[in-house]
Structures are given as structure tokens and as C-alpha cells.
Design a protein around this ligand. Structure first.
Ligand SMILES: Nc1ncnc2c1ncn2[C@@H]1O[C@H](COP(=O)(O)OP(=O)(O)OP(=O)(O)O)[C@@H](O)[C@H]1O
Ligand SMILES: [Mg+2]
Length: 307
């Protein structure tokens, strides 16, 4: 059967509620809010929507509640995301994170993972493995992803591993190593790469290449580096028009990277495209507020390479 999608994006789909208060309240006190906003989020939601808008045929694989809001579903569909594996779990609530922040920049977050907390025993979302070329394993339960990775390997699909911040509190060395061993690509920011090195007892980032083929390390405003057995490829950051909110830069970067891979570009160009997508996302508050189209990305990417 023909593979219908390029990308199968596994990870969280979350509603982020950002509440601004004059001061974070003490226990047993109440306070009135200044402002409340709801944003579409979650690592897989961010990645799938950004990739979909860039023309990457993407299947989103995640568990939400029966209360999953229509506007988020419509937004994903409008950007072309295949929603067959966005599973609504009966009796469950959609993953939600409430972020309280005061004017000094102090924050408190309360997170309800909803059905993602127990995803270990959930059915394998097979369409996002069988009918894709590349399976992206983002945030979520390691035991569940071990099953997904095994199915992907059996079908000869490429696996990318991107545990994101969960590498610090969800993974142990053994669960990390077994997924890394099945992955062709590993993504992480500086702290995540440092943790990955400790997990496999590598003294250099190149040491991770004993377990995976391509390591993509993002360095915030300093850019990124793509590391393979052939060497290191330095990728500059792409200059945004303004920097408003850097959250979601990582997911945007991955979407751009896949937009390049799916079109057959070399790793250097994939990195430049990735940085170009991220440069748009940092220009607005929210992780899906300012997602670019492919022609706009190309225009910025051409500052750094010919396309
Ligand atoms: N201030 C910035 N200006 C331009 N590009 C940026 C900036 N911050 C991040 N980027 C781009 O986004 C990429 C990913 O950023 P970063 O390394 O901060 O990811 P991250 O820590 O995973 O972020 P998050 O998890 O919040 O999305 C960088 O490699 C860079 O290309
Ligand atoms: Mg990140």
C-alpha cells in the first residue's frame, strides 16, 4: 500500500491557559486575574500544525478527551493535518496546562496530562506508523513509544526521537537508550543533549552517534548544529523581525527540518529551513500563533543558502 503521509507525529496535544495575575496568591487566599488566554499547544500539536502548513503530509498521533475543542480541531484540519489518529478517549479530559504568571515574570504551572498520563496501555496508533515515512516520537510514555518504535522498525520506517524536556523527568538510562538505538535522528537543546550524553555515558556529543545517525542540537539564539559521522554542520540562527516569545521555537524548528527532509534537501539546508521556521514562531506569543507558509520560509532561508 502506498504511504500516504511523510510524518507521523507522536506527542502531546495540549490546551495552554495563560492567566496573568498581579501577584501569585499565597495558599488559602484568592486573587482576581488581569487576563486569561487560551492557546493551542503540546509538542505534537505544535509540530503537526507547523509541518502541515509547510506542506508536509502529516498524521497527528495523540490522545485527548471528549471535550477536545472544535476550534483546535478545525485549526489542525485547515492546515492539512491528518486527524485519524487524534484519539478522543471516552471519560477523559484533554491535556491542559494552566500557567499563572505575575508581572515580575514569576510563574506557576499546573498540568493535567489527561489520557496521556496512562497512555502506556493505550492502543497503538498504527496509521501514524504504517502510512508514514518517518515516525517522530516526542513527549509521552516511554513504554508506549517502545511499542511504537518496534512497530516502526518492523515496517522499516525511519524513527526520530525527541523526548524534549521529558528527558529530564520521564526517562531512565535504559528506557532512553533503547529508543535512541532505534532512532535515525535525535533532537535536543543544550540541556537535553547533556542529559542524553550522561544516559549513554558519552563524553562528547559525537558519542551519541554510537546509538543514532544524526544528532540535531539546538542552541537557542546561537543557532544549531547537525552532527553525523561525517562531521559537524553549523547552522546559524535566522534573524527574526522581533523576539516576543521563544516558547515553541524547538517544535517549529523540527517542522522546518522535516519540511526539508521530505523534499529531499541535504542536512545543512534542512537545518537552515528549520531555523527559518523557528524565526517566525518567536515573533508572537503562543506556539502556533505565527506559523509561516512554505514560500515565506524559503524567502528567509535564502539569506543563508540557495534553494
Ligand atoms: N531568539 C531567537 N532568535 C532566533 N532564533 C531562535 C531564537 N531562539 C530560538 N531560535 C531558533 O529555534 C531553535 C530552537 O530553539 P531552542 O534551542 O531554544 O529550542 P528549545 O529549548 O527546545 O525551545 P522550546 O522547547 O521552548 O521550544 C534554535 O536552534 C534557533 O534556530
Ligand atoms: Mg524544546
Amino acid at each position: 500500500m502506498a504511504v500516504r503521509n511523510y510524518l507521523g507525529a507522536f506527542g502531546h496535544v495540549v490546551l495552554d491557559v495563560i492567566v496573568t495575575v498581579p501577584k501569585l496568591p499565597d495558599p488559602n487566599t484568592s486573587i482576581q486575574i488581569l487576563d486569561r488566554r487560551r492557546y493551542f499547544g503540546g509538542t505534537a500539536g505544535n509540530l503537526a500544525r507547523a509541518a502541515g502548513r509547510l506542506g508536509v503530509r502529516t498524521s497527528l498521533a495523540s490522545f485527548v478527551g471528549t471535550d477536545f475543542p472544535r476550534d483546535y480541531r478545525d485549526a489542525l484540519r485547515d492546515d492539512g493535518v491528518d486527524l485519524r489518529d487524534l484519539r478522543r478517549v471516552r471519560g477523559a479530559s484533554t491535556p491542559t496546562s494552566w500557567i499563572f504568571s505575575d508581572r515580575k515574570g514569576n510563574q506557576m504551572a499546573i498540568i493535567d496530562q489527561g489520557p496521556m498520563k496512562t497512555a502506556t496501555g493505550m492502543p497503538l496508533l498504527r496509521h501514524s506508523v504504517r502510512d508514514v515515512e518517518l515516525v517522530h516520537l516526542g513527549t509521552g510514555r516511554p513504554e508506549y513509544y517502545a511499542r511504537v518504535a518496534e512497530a516502526a522498525t518492523d515496517l522499516d520506517r525511519t524513527v526520530a526521537f525527541d523526548p524534549s524536556q521529558e528527558i529530564h523527568y520521564v526517562y531512565r538510562p535504559a528506557s532512553f537508550r533503547s529508543l535512541l538505538d532505534r532512532a535515525t535522528y535525535f533532537f535536543g537543546n543544550e540541556a537535553e543533549i547533556a542529559r542524553a550524553k550522561r544516559f549513554v555515558r558519552a563524553t562528547s556529543t559525537e558519542g551519541l552517534l554510537r546509538h543514532t545517525e544524526v544528532v540535531v542540537a539546538t542552541l537557542g539564539a546561537k543557532g544549531s548544529v547537525v552532527i553525523t559521522r561525517e562531521g559537524r554542520i553549523r547552522i546559524p540562527r535566522v534573524k527574526p523581525a522581533r523576539v516576543v516569545d521563544v516558547t515553541g521555537a524547538g517544535d517549529a524548528y523540527r517542522a522546518g527540518f522535516y519540511a526539508g527532509l521530505s523534499r529531499g534537501y541535504d542536512l545543512r539546508r534542512c537545518g537552515i529551513l528549520a531555523a527559518a521556521v523557528a524565526s517566525f514562531v518567536v515573533e508572537a506569543k503562543g506556539t502556533q500563533t505565527h506559523l509561516p507558509t512554505w514560500p515565506r520560509v524559503l524567502r528567509r532561508a535564502r539569506r543563508h543558502a540557495a534553494f
